[in-house]
Design a protein around this ligand. Structure first.
Ligand code: ADP
Length: 395
């Protein structure tokens, strides 16, 4: 069995897979939350949802509670059934370019990268230590949101800031959502029946956090997020690209400090800030249906930004695009958002098959019309399954 873990400073999201000759099958998934506060554990299996109020003073207590409840629910017989644990880790700096075994050396790199991902890497490290103690015989593997993008050329990852900032302080574009991009690249290559090294894609990962990736010859060539996940597209609550001087200007206007303004750019901007309704695309499209002008404005800006990046990436690929792919919560499910985006790509002749665009689907569907200049797909991403596969490879 393989356990896939996505941990924060007070939560552990997990999914347990059984791996046999037919490949990994998900058995249960769940969430331990309010760690260090009091503790709440939810586990979903074939019989429904089980909730427990287990005291969790730290991550180790959370791990032990998860394992104990797995035994009670007959999911595992003993802890040794779990042979591998795959961790989703946000930042691997420039040093980690592929999934790795979590040796002391690699844990030190994750620690070093805390300055680049102060909200994410510490929780992951704490969880790694806890699982190492709780399941001592399992192999621990780390999969990083940044590593897929380490193939970007310098001209795409450098900022026009002093070169010294890059060399001495690590200021560059790292990019995120790499686990999802790798999954989608592999899946699309399979769908198109092409060798992965031959696929050129424009992938729109549009969730609450959102980014895009230009995949050239199966590798990341450019992406929209930057030093942090605040850059690029307009997201649920994040601004995406803005004039950097806005920070200093608003610091003075609101008599506050830069970290407060950065916080507002992360949590009160984007679709939420523009629409003043919600960060959730479902609320926005409902409001548009009711004639709400501000919701329309928000989606117009959202679509416009994505369209601009589609054209930039099409230029990167010299027009040799195998597919434009929509994925994650909004990309997979929102017909309206996809329509707003594609309507704004004036320089390419992209056309939906309206029936397919609106149709329900399992894992993927071609949604472009036959006379569309490029094929378009909606594809469900599965970051946990990607991590599970990578973990199995390291056993
Ligand atoms: P994240 O992983 O970044 O939290 P998700 O990929 O789960 O985000 O996407 C969450 C977003 O997806 C929600 O905020 C919502 O706007 C959108 N979403 C989810 N389901 C639908 C749906 N059926 N129709 C339109 N939008 C949806």
């Amino acid at each position: 069995m393989i356990l896939v873990v996505n941990a924060g400073s007070s939560s552990i999201k997990f999914k347990l897979y059984k791996n046999d000759t037919t490949g990994p099958q998900a058995l249960v998934e769940g969430l331990a939350e309010r760690i260090t506060v009091d503790g709440r554990l939810t586990i979903k299996d074939g019989n429904g949802k089980h909730e427990f109020e287990d005291q969790m003073d730290d991550h180790l207590m959370a791990v032990n509670s998860i394992l104990q409840r797995f035994k009670e629910l007959n999911v595992i017989e003993n802890v040794e059934d779990i042979k591998g644990i795959g961790f989703r880790i946000v930042h691997g700096s420039e040093k980690i370019v592929a999934p790795v075994e979590l040796t002391e050396e690699n844990k030190a790199i994750i620690k070093e990268a805390i300055k680049l991902a102060p909200l994410h890497n510490p929780g992951a490290l704490t969880a790694i230590e806890a699982f190492q103690q709780g399941i001592p015989n399992a192999k621990l593997v780390g999969c990083f949101d940044t590593s897929f993008h380490q193939t970007m050329p310098e001209e795409n990852f450098l900022y026009s800031t002093p070169y010294k900032w890059y060399k001495e302080n690590g200021v560059r574009k790292y990019g995120f959502h790499g686990i999802s991009y790798e999954f989608i690249t592999k899946k699309t290559a399979q769908i198109l029946n092409k060798n992965i090294d031959d696929v050129n894609l424009i992938i729109c990962h549009l969730g609450n956090g959102a980014s895009m990736c230009c995949v050239k010859n199966g590798k990341s060539y450019d992406t929209t997020m930057g030093l942090t996940p605040l850059a690029g597209l307009i997201m649920g609550t994040r601004s995406g690209d803005i004039d950097p001087s806005i920070i200093q200007y608003m610091t003075k206007e609101l008599s506050t400090d830069a970290s407060k303004i950065t916080d507002m750019l992360n949590k009160e901007s984007g679709i939420m800030g523009l629409s003043e309704i919600s960060s959730d695309m479902r609320d926005i499209t409902d409001a548009i249906r009711d004639g709400n002008k501000q919701a329309q404005l928000a989606l117009n800006l959202y679509g416009q930004r994505i369209a601009e990046y589609i054209l930039k990436f099409a230029n990167h690929l010299d027009g040799k695009i195998d597919a434009l792919v929509f994925t994650a919560g909004v990309g997979e499910n929102s017909v309206t958002a996809r329509e707003y985006i594609v309507n704004k790509v004036k320089l390419l002749n992209l056309k939906f098959d309206d029936q397919a665009n609106q149709a329900g689907y399992e894992d993927y569907l071609l949604i472009s019309a036959q006379d569309s200049q490029y094929p378009m797909y909606k594809i469900r991403t599965d970051e946990e399954l990607m991590i599970c596969h990578e973990t199995i490879k390291k056993l």
